[in-house]
Design a protein around this ligand. Structure first.
Ligand code: FES
Length: 168
């Protein structure tokens, strides 16, 4: 039916690993055994895309792009209370999949202080729980709570909502 939106990637396929509490995060471009990221590994003023991995087995949970995580380190004083509560060492984590039609998100607009989708210009405020700040995205960016353990960024719980975009 025209005008109705349907999920682009409605669910995790059976057998595909989902992010789990206790997972560490590794640079998506990293090669070889995954290396757990720390806040200092997140460059100032830039986003970094990461995949979770099981610290016990070293297994990357990269069987689905829905597990891709956008990380950014921001001054904690600029984060709203909820976002600050989910952050670790000033690092915030969100789904890296646009909630409009599922493009990868990576672009940070320093001028607007927003994450911008290059496909149709949706904008997300990652200082304010991933709220939509412009464009056609129908919902906030799912956030991922973090904590620190031994200086490493650790996943503290599931995404706040199912990651993925919608198609019309
Ligand atoms: S897919 Fe991101 S704005 Fe359309």
């Amino acid at each position: 039916m025209a005008g109705l939106a349907a999920p682009l990637a409605p669910a995790f396929a059976a057998g595909v690993d989902r992010i789990e509490a206790g997972d560490r995060l590794a640079d998506e471009d990293g090669e070889g055994a995954p290396v757990a990221l720390t806040p200092a590994d997140i460059p100032a003023g830039k986003t970094l895309l990461a995949f979770p991995f099981d610290p016990a087995s070293g297994q990357r949970r990269d069987g689905t792009r829905l597990n891709k995580v956008l990380l950014m380190r921001l001054p904690e004083g600029e984060l709203d209370a909820d976002t600050r509560g989910r952050s670790a060492g000033g690092v915030v984590a969100y789904s890296a999949i646009c909630t409009h039609q599922g493009c990868d998100l990576k672009t940070w607009s320093a001028k607007e202080q927003l994450v911008v989708c290059f496909c149709h210009s949706s904008k997300f405020d990652i200082k304010d729980s991933g709220a939509v700040a412009g464009g056609p995205a129908p919902r906030s960016l799912p956030n991922l709570p973090l904590r620190l353990e031994g200086g490493q960024l650790v996943v503290a719980g599931p995404f706040s909502a199912t990651p993925g975009g919608m198609v019309s």
